[in-house]
Design a protein around this ligand. Structure first.
Ligand SMILES: *Cc1c(COP(=O)(O)O)cnc(C)c1O
Length: 236
Protein backbone atom coordinates (compact mmCIF):
# COMPACT_ATOMS: atom_id res chain seq x y z
CA UNK A 1 0.00 0.00 0.00
CA UNK A 2 1.53 3.34 -1.03
CA UNK A 3 1.67 6.28 1.36
CA UNK A 4 -0.94 7.99 -0.79
CA UNK A 5 -3.33 5.05 -0.67
CA UNK A 6 -2.83 4.89 3.05
CA UNK A 7 -3.74 8.55 3.48
CA UNK A 8 -6.81 8.14 1.28
CA UNK A 9 -7.91 5.21 3.40
CA UNK A 10 -7.40 7.17 6.62
CA UNK A 11 -9.46 10.04 5.22
CA UNK A 12 -12.26 7.69 4.16
CA UNK A 13 -12.29 5.97 7.56
CA UNK A 14 -12.34 9.31 9.39
CA UNK A 15 -15.22 10.58 7.25
CA UNK A 16 -17.19 7.37 7.84
CA UNK A 17 -16.72 7.69 11.61
CA UNK A 18 -17.71 11.37 11.54
CA UNK A 19 -20.90 10.46 9.66
CA UNK A 20 -21.77 7.57 11.97
CA UNK A 21 -21.23 9.70 15.05
CA UNK A 22 -23.39 12.46 13.57
CA UNK A 23 -26.10 9.94 12.75
CA UNK A 24 -26.00 8.51 16.27
CA UNK A 25 -26.27 12.03 17.68
CA UNK A 26 -29.23 13.08 15.57
CA UNK A 27 -30.96 9.75 16.29
CA UNK A 28 -30.67 10.67 19.96
CA UNK A 29 -32.06 14.19 19.28
CA UNK A 30 -28.63 15.70 19.86
CA UNK A 31 -26.46 17.85 17.62
CA UNK A 32 -23.39 16.30 15.97
CA UNK A 33 -21.32 19.13 17.51
CA UNK A 34 -22.21 17.92 20.99
CA UNK A 35 -20.02 14.83 20.51
CA UNK A 36 -16.26 15.18 20.18
CA UNK A 37 -14.39 12.33 18.52
CA UNK A 38 -11.07 11.42 20.14
CA UNK A 39 -9.03 9.48 17.57
CA UNK A 40 -7.15 6.81 19.51
CA UNK A 41 -3.76 6.35 17.85
CA UNK A 42 -2.12 3.92 20.29
CA UNK A 43 -2.00 1.25 17.54
CA UNK A 44 0.00 3.25 15.00
CA UNK A 45 3.32 5.07 14.55
CA UNK A 46 3.80 8.86 14.42
CA UNK A 47 3.54 8.91 10.62
CA UNK A 48 0.10 7.27 10.54
CA UNK A 49 -0.92 9.42 13.51
CA UNK A 50 -0.01 12.47 11.44
CA UNK A 51 -2.24 11.09 8.67
CA UNK A 52 -5.19 10.84 11.05
CA UNK A 53 -4.68 14.43 12.16
CA UNK A 54 -4.36 15.56 8.54
CA UNK A 55 -7.64 13.77 7.76
CA UNK A 56 -9.35 16.14 10.19
CA UNK A 57 -9.02 14.58 13.62
CA UNK A 58 -8.08 17.42 15.96
CA UNK A 59 -8.31 15.42 19.21
CA UNK A 60 -5.90 12.54 19.58
CA UNK A 61 -5.81 9.95 22.36
CA UNK A 62 -2.95 7.78 23.57
CA UNK A 63 -3.10 5.25 26.40
CA UNK A 64 0.56 5.42 27.46
CA UNK A 65 2.10 8.64 28.77
CA UNK A 66 5.46 7.87 27.19
CA UNK A 67 3.98 7.44 23.71
CA UNK A 68 1.85 10.53 24.10
CA UNK A 69 4.87 12.66 24.98
CA UNK A 70 7.01 11.19 22.20
CA UNK A 71 4.36 11.55 19.51
CA UNK A 72 3.42 15.07 20.54
CA UNK A 73 7.10 16.01 20.20
CA UNK A 74 7.50 14.22 16.86
CA UNK A 75 4.37 15.89 15.45
CA UNK A 76 4.88 19.36 16.90
CA UNK A 77 5.34 20.81 13.42
CA UNK A 78 2.22 19.14 11.97
CA UNK A 79 -1.27 20.71 12.19
CA UNK A 80 -2.00 21.27 15.87
CA UNK A 81 -3.81 18.53 17.77
CA UNK A 82 -5.14 18.32 21.32
CA UNK A 83 -3.63 15.35 23.12
CA UNK A 84 -5.75 13.22 25.44
CA UNK A 85 -4.34 10.67 27.86
CA UNK A 86 -6.85 7.81 28.10
CA UNK A 87 -4.80 5.16 29.94
CA UNK A 88 -3.30 4.89 33.43
CA UNK A 89 -0.98 7.68 34.54
CA UNK A 90 1.80 6.69 36.92
CA UNK A 91 2.83 9.48 39.25
CA UNK A 92 6.43 9.45 38.03
CA UNK A 93 5.23 10.17 34.46
CA UNK A 94 2.92 13.03 35.39
CA UNK A 95 5.44 15.87 35.37
CA UNK A 96 6.40 15.18 31.76
CA UNK A 97 2.86 14.45 30.59
CA UNK A 98 0.94 17.43 31.95
CA UNK A 99 2.56 20.12 29.79
CA UNK A 100 1.61 18.11 26.67
CA UNK A 101 -1.78 16.58 27.46
CA UNK A 102 -4.78 18.90 27.32
CA UNK A 103 -7.11 16.33 28.88
CA UNK A 104 -6.45 13.44 31.28
CA UNK A 105 -9.35 10.94 31.11
CA UNK A 106 -7.97 8.39 33.53
CA UNK A 107 -7.81 9.86 37.04
CA UNK A 108 -8.52 6.73 39.05
CA UNK A 109 -7.75 7.67 42.65
CA UNK A 110 -8.03 10.60 45.02
CA UNK A 111 -4.30 10.43 45.58
CA UNK A 112 -3.57 10.83 41.87
CA UNK A 113 -6.16 13.60 41.57
CA UNK A 114 -4.57 15.63 44.37
CA UNK A 115 -1.08 15.02 43.05
CA UNK A 116 -2.05 16.20 39.54
CA UNK A 117 -3.75 19.25 41.00
CA UNK A 118 -0.56 20.20 42.86
CA UNK A 119 1.51 19.68 39.71
CA UNK A 120 -0.83 21.74 37.55
CA UNK A 121 -0.43 24.60 40.01
CA UNK A 122 3.33 24.23 40.12
CA UNK A 123 3.77 23.98 36.34
CA UNK A 124 1.21 26.67 35.53
CA UNK A 125 -0.39 24.57 32.77
CA UNK A 126 -4.05 24.35 31.75
CA UNK A 127 -5.29 20.79 32.05
CA UNK A 128 -8.76 19.27 32.15
CA UNK A 129 -9.35 16.09 34.09
CA UNK A 130 -11.97 13.37 34.04
CA UNK A 131 -12.53 10.85 36.80
CA UNK A 132 -12.42 7.25 35.63
CA UNK A 133 -15.23 5.11 37.00
CA UNK A 134 -15.36 1.33 36.94
CA UNK A 135 -18.92 1.10 35.63
CA UNK A 136 -18.87 -2.60 34.74
CA UNK A 137 -17.38 -3.84 37.99
CA UNK A 138 -14.80 -5.89 36.00
CA UNK A 139 -11.93 -6.73 38.33
CA UNK A 140 -9.33 -5.82 35.72
CA UNK A 141 -10.70 -2.32 35.11
CA UNK A 142 -9.30 0.79 36.75
CA UNK A 143 -11.32 3.51 38.35
CA UNK A 144 -13.47 4.53 41.28
CA UNK A 145 -16.46 2.46 42.22
CA UNK A 146 -19.63 4.60 41.87
CA UNK A 147 -20.40 4.54 45.61
CA UNK A 148 -16.83 5.44 46.55
CA UNK A 149 -16.87 8.36 44.13
CA UNK A 150 -20.13 9.74 45.53
CA UNK A 151 -18.63 9.66 49.01
CA UNK A 152 -15.77 11.83 47.73
CA UNK A 153 -17.96 14.57 46.23
CA UNK A 154 -16.75 17.22 48.67
CA UNK A 155 -13.10 16.37 48.07
CA UNK A 156 -13.68 16.82 44.32
CA UNK A 157 -15.08 20.30 44.88
CA UNK A 158 -11.75 21.36 46.44
CA UNK A 159 -9.74 20.53 43.32
CA UNK A 160 -8.29 23.54 41.46
CA UNK A 161 -6.49 24.73 39.35
CA UNK A 162 -6.88 21.32 37.67
CA UNK A 163 -10.23 21.68 35.94
CA UNK A 164 -12.45 18.67 36.65
CA UNK A 165 -14.86 18.43 33.75
CA UNK A 166 -16.54 15.04 33.97
CA UNK A 167 -16.40 11.26 34.10
CA UNK A 168 -14.93 8.51 31.94
CA UNK A 169 -15.95 4.88 31.76
CA UNK A 170 -15.73 1.71 29.70
CA UNK A 171 -18.35 -0.96 29.14
CA UNK A 172 -17.53 -4.42 30.47
CA UNK A 173 -15.49 -6.74 28.29
CA UNK A 174 -18.35 -9.26 28.28
CA UNK A 175 -21.17 -6.74 27.87
CA UNK A 176 -23.46 -6.96 24.85
CA UNK A 177 -24.90 -3.78 23.30
CA UNK A 178 -27.89 -3.59 25.66
CA UNK A 179 -25.72 -4.14 28.74
CA UNK A 180 -23.18 -1.58 27.55
CA UNK A 181 -25.98 0.95 27.08
CA UNK A 182 -27.20 0.34 30.65
CA UNK A 183 -23.66 0.84 31.94
CA UNK A 184 -23.38 4.13 30.04
CA UNK A 185 -26.75 5.27 31.38
CA UNK A 186 -25.52 4.49 34.89
CA UNK A 187 -22.43 6.64 34.32
CA UNK A 188 -24.60 9.54 33.20
CA UNK A 189 -26.81 9.19 36.28
CA UNK A 190 -23.73 9.09 38.50
CA UNK A 191 -22.43 12.25 36.81
CA UNK A 192 -25.77 13.99 37.46
CA UNK A 193 -25.71 12.99 41.14
CA UNK A 194 -22.07 13.95 41.54
CA UNK A 195 -22.64 17.35 39.92
CA UNK A 196 -25.33 18.10 42.50
CA UNK A 197 -23.31 16.73 45.42
CA UNK A 198 -20.07 18.53 44.48
CA UNK A 199 -21.44 21.72 42.94
CA UNK A 200 -19.19 21.17 39.91
CA UNK A 201 -20.91 21.37 36.49
CA UNK A 202 -19.16 18.19 35.11
CA UNK A 203 -20.39 18.62 31.52
CA UNK A 204 -18.26 15.87 29.95
CA UNK A 205 -18.95 12.17 29.64
CA UNK A 206 -16.13 10.24 27.96
CA UNK A 207 -17.64 6.90 26.99
CA UNK A 208 -17.95 4.75 23.88
CA UNK A 209 -15.30 3.11 21.70
CA UNK A 210 -15.30 1.60 18.17
CA UNK A 211 -17.75 -1.15 19.11
CA UNK A 212 -20.22 0.77 21.28
CA UNK A 213 -20.15 4.48 20.50
CA UNK A 214 -23.74 4.47 19.22
CA UNK A 215 -25.02 3.24 22.61
CA UNK A 216 -22.78 5.74 24.42
CA UNK A 217 -24.02 8.67 22.34
CA UNK A 218 -27.62 7.59 22.98
CA UNK A 219 -26.84 7.93 26.70
CA UNK A 220 -25.18 11.33 26.49
CA UNK A 221 -21.50 10.78 25.65
CA UNK A 222 -19.77 14.08 24.86
CA UNK A 223 -16.47 12.40 23.98
CA UNK A 224 -16.12 9.07 22.19
CA UNK A 225 -12.71 7.39 22.04
CA UNK A 226 -12.40 5.65 18.69
CA UNK A 227 -9.34 3.68 17.62
CA UNK A 228 -9.64 0.50 15.55
CA UNK A 229 -12.39 1.82 13.25
CA UNK A 230 -9.98 4.49 12.01
CA UNK A 231 -7.40 1.97 10.89
CA UNK A 232 -9.55 -0.62 9.12
CA UNK A 233 -8.08 -1.73 5.81
CA UNK A 234 -4.62 -0.38 6.59
CA UNK A 235 -1.58 -2.59 6.71
CA UNK A 236 0.18 -1.71 9.90
C1 LIG B 1 -7.77 1.52 23.08
C2 LIG B 1 -8.75 2.33 23.81
C3 LIG B 1 -9.85 2.89 23.14
C4 LIG B 1 -10.15 2.66 21.68
O1 LIG B 1 -10.64 1.37 21.48
P1 LIG B 1 -11.14 0.88 20.04
O2 LIG B 1 -12.00 -0.29 20.37
O3 LIG B 1 -9.92 0.51 19.27
O4 LIG B 1 -11.90 1.98 19.42
C5 LIG B 1 -10.72 3.67 23.89
N1 LIG B 1 -10.52 3.90 25.21
C6 LIG B 1 -9.47 3.38 25.88
C7 LIG B 1 -9.32 3.68 27.31
C8 LIG B 1 -8.56 2.58 25.21
O5 LIG B 1 -7.52 2.06 25.88
Amino acid sequence: MSAEQQLARLRANWQAVVEQVAHAATSASRTPQSVRIIGVTKYVDPEVTAGVIAAGCADVGESRPQQLVEKAAALAAAPPARWHLIGPLQRNKARRTLPVAAVIHSIDSLKLLRYLDTLVAELGVAVQGLIEVNISGDEAKHGFSPSELLRQAEALAEVAPLELVGLMGMAGLQSNAAEAQREFAALRTLRDQLAVASGLPLPELSMGMSGDFTEAIAEGATMVRIGSRLFEGLDR
